[in-house]
Design a protein. Structure first.
Length: 240
């Protein structure tokens, strides 16, 4: 489903990604961890074309993301992304937020979109909140609306960029439950996360990045119990 080779990216004179390679199979869950500033979020944003790469190759399903001829709109129909900040439209209700992209981007019929949007709102356990505005919801509820909004485009891949980082501890669990359910349904997922327990539980493979490089990767049981690289060990000792 995802293949990237020797991906490099610089911002000015700062090289953020220094030759990263990765493969993700359909239905696989990959968690990317590492210290702040290690290039995790930049790397994730390369997969849906939000960040263009300087060199290397990225393929997501049938899309050559590195190509100058990339149809970014078509790519983003297939690759959903949820950010740390919810980015909901404050003057639109929950239902309207979830319906907007399929109607205005995909030009789908409102009646069909509304049925699917209501089902997605139920899926993220927000039934009864369809007429609420984002300002009336908790952070965890807003983040679940953001997930439903992304799912409304029927993506093949979901990217999650530290989606619990801005939440208080009481609402983190609400969002993680929603992601667990997507994983159980077979959605291909890439997650940048600081939730180590969650990564250990749901990931098929964990990648540790530092200074723009993948330092180490492996199945979560092996990765967390016996990391091989000293930088990985030092990082895990600080946070576990």
């Amino acid at each position: 489903m995802i293949y990237c080779k020797d991906v490099r990216k610089s911002f000015g004179t700062t090289e953020v990604l220094k030759g990263i390679s990765m493969e993700v199979r359909k239905g696989q869950v990959v968690c990317i961890i590492g210290p702040s500033g290690s290039g995790k979020s930049t790397f994730l944003r390369c997969f849906n074309g939000l960040v263009s790469i300087d060199s290397g190759e990225i393929y997501v399903d049938r899309f050559a993301v590195h190509s100058t001829n990339l149809d970014k709109l078509a790519l983003r129909r297939n690759v959903g992304m949820v950010f740390q900040q919810y980015n909901l439209f404050p003057h639109r209700t929950v239902l309207q937020n979830v319906m907007m992209a399929p109607i205005h981007v995909l030009h789908q019929k409102r009646s069909e979109v509304e049925d699917r949007a209501r089902a997605l709102i139920r899926k993220v356990r927000l039934a009864g909140k369809e007429a609420a505005y984002p300002g009336e919801l908790s952070g965890g509820q807003q983040q679940r609306v953001a997930i439903a909004r992304s799912l409304a485009m029927n993506p093949q891949v979901m990217l999650f960029d530290e989606v619990t980082a801005a939440l208080d501890p009481e609402t983190v669990g609400e969002v993680l439950v929603t992601i667990r359910e997507l994983v159980a349904e077979g959605m291909t997922c890439l997650l940048v996360t600081h939730e180590m327990g969650f990564a250990r539980e749901v990931a098929d493979r964990v990648y540790f990045t530092d200074a723009g490089l993948i330092v180490e990767s492996g199945p979560p049981g092996e990765f967390f119990s016996s990391p091989k690289d000293p930088r990985t060990r030092a990082f895990l000792e600080r946070i576990l």
